[in-house]
Design a protein around this ligand. Structure first.
Ligand code: FAD
Ligand code: ZN
Length: 472
């Protein structure tokens, strides 16, 4: 492979070739500017790249890849850099392809309820444009103000509303992808039902940029909800939370979020963000729930009556139902403290494991005990989108890299024993690849390697991510 870092002449040749395909202003080699591309939100090693390319069209993305494959130049793809797995961090002599300027919403089909958007559109901006047209794009996560929809598809993002609308995989109807050799694969399907052979888009969703660069997406929209209710419940136990989610899913089809927070998470988050604790007494578990529908009063009455019944049986110990948008924002703030907590507990180990509901309580208790025993001076916080079995663990600050690693071993070994997934939504990147065998068999890993070799025989695109080294 070409080493543009150690060979300035090679970098100059590559730069000239890229500038012949793109405009000069789209190729940046200034270390001051390139420093903004050194890495994502994870604790993976960061590195300022020698060159950043900012293509403005899908064809230009393909052209950058074609030139890189001709030069044997390794590339890493970057979306909004909010990832928590280190997959977008430049390594060795990789240059960066940033999707930041490929950011137009091209077409909004208000009849069929689809949107065709370029990969670099920021999630929050997409949601706002869609809403202005009377439709709704339901994907929602804490990083909404910076993450890009291309990055969301590459990581198969989940977030707060999966319980009702599914993960990104369920929301993508069509994709366009630039392949490592410079071909542009345009598969911009717009119909929900399409049984015409292998659905190739699924190869690229969740592949974290290892097989191709997503350039455009057709996304499925939902009717715009016009009424929303939000409540924060205090619960006596995890068992009560599983009963409550079952009961609410049965009785309230409009349930759109069911976010669990163990006491430590809510209390530490409130402290870090300067929020007053929501209830007078402390409780072991809290649930933030939301419904999205069309009739404000009917929604509220239905929710209040269910929660009233749950209070009577003791399934719920206390509850606050938001009476206004401001109230709802105040309740969400406890869950949304994650951004501040990530900053506060740095260097952290962050997990997004998927655990079968039946095993979740024992998992939290045993992992919590083990982490408390081994790392008594650190915080170990548990929370998640429990309606879909997605548990987050945040542990820090860990000043020694070895201690970060030890936390990873504890959590992933317990995840494997519980029959869970080591990543429910953030992806594998570089930080989890050595643990992938806990969740995927040797046969699956071998097939993934074959697909990688088929589409990227030179290994120029997002190399050394997701797949662990083959055993020797
Ligand atoms: P990046 O971080 O830039 O990249 C992520 C990976 O995708 C990298 O491997 C990169 O190479 C690849 N990639 C990026 N763009 C493309 C493309 N166009 N084509 C091919 N590959 C590409 N995630 C959730 O799922 N649910 C949550 O609830 C959630 N909450 C979060 C809260 C906070 C505060 C933060 C900081 C992060 C959270 N995340 C969450 C993680 C992160 O926001 C998601 O993984 C998001 O989808 C990443 O998008 P991005 O554009 O920032 O991608
Ligand atoms: Zn999450």
């Amino acid at each position: 492979m070409l080493d543009v870092v150690r060979h300035p002449a090679a970098l100059a040749r590559l730069e000239a070739a890229l500038k012949s395909a793109l405009e000069s202003s789209q190729i940046v080699c200034d270390p001051g500017l390139a420093a903004a591309h050194a890495g994502d939100w994870s604790e993976a090693p960061r590195k300022t790249p020698a060159l950043v390319a900012y293509p403005r069209t899908p064809r230009q993305v393909a052209e950058v890849l074609r030139i890189c494959s001709e030069y044997g130049q390794q590339v890493v793809v970057q979306g909004g850099l909010t990832g928590l797995a280190g997959g977008a961090n430049p390594m060795a002599s990789e240059i960066v392809v940033s999707l930041a300027r490929l950011n137009a919403v091209e077409e909004l089909d208000t009849v069929g309820g689809t949107v065709l958007a370029q990969a670099g559109v920021i999630l929050e901006e997409l949601a706002a444009q869609v809403e202005a047209a009377g439709w709704y794009f339901p994907l929602d996560l804490g990083a909404r103000g910076s993450c890009q929809i291309g990055g969301n598809a590459a990581t198969n993002a989940g977030g707060n509303r999966v319980i009702r609308f599914g993960t990104m995989r369920e929301l993508v109807l069509g994709l366009e992808v630039a392949l490592p050799d410079g071909r542009l694969l345009t598969m911009l399907n717009r119909v929900t039902k399409n049984t015409t052979g292998i659905d190739l888009k699924h190869l690229f969703i969740g592949a974290e940029g290892t097989l191709g660069v997503i350039t455009r997406l057709v996304l499925k929209l939902s009717p715009l909800p016009t009424a929303s209710t939000t409540a924060l419940c205090a619960l006596p136990s995890f068992d009560a939370a599983t009963q409550l989610v079952r009961e609410l899913r049965r009785a309230l089809p409009s349930l759109s979020a069911f976010e669990l927070m163990w006491a430590d998470y809510l209390e530490t988050g409130a402290q870090v963000c300067g929020l007053r604790l929501p209830f007078d007494a402390a409780h072991p578990i809290y649930v933030l729930l939301e419904t999205l529908g069309t009739d404000e009063e009917a929604e509220r009455i239905a929710l209040e009556s269910r929660l009233g019944a749950a209070l009577e049986t003791g399934m719920v110990s206390d509850v606050i139902v938001a009476q206004s948008m401001d109230d709802a924002r105040r309740l969400w703030a406890y869950r949304e403290s994650i951004g501040e907590l990530l900053g506060h507990l740095k260097p952290f180990a962050a997990f997004d494991v998927g655990i079968p509901m039946a095993a979740m309580d024992a998992f939290v208790e045993s992992v919590g005990d083990e982490l408390d025993r081994r790392f008594p001076n650190q915080r170990h916080l548990f929370f998640g989108h429990i309606g879909d079995g997605n548990l987050h663990v945040l542990s820090g600050p860990h000043m020694a890299p070895e201690s970060l690693h030890e936390v990873e071993r504890v959590v992933y070994a317990a995840t494997g024993r519980a029959g869970g997934s080591i990543s429910a939504e953030h992806g594998i990147g570089v930080v989890k690849k050595e643990f992938l065998h806990w969740s995927r068999s040797d046969e699956e890993l071998a097939l993934m390697r074959s697909l990688k070799a088929l589409l990227d025989p030179q290994g120029i695109l997002n190399a050394e991510r997701v797949l662990p080294h083959e055993p020797t």
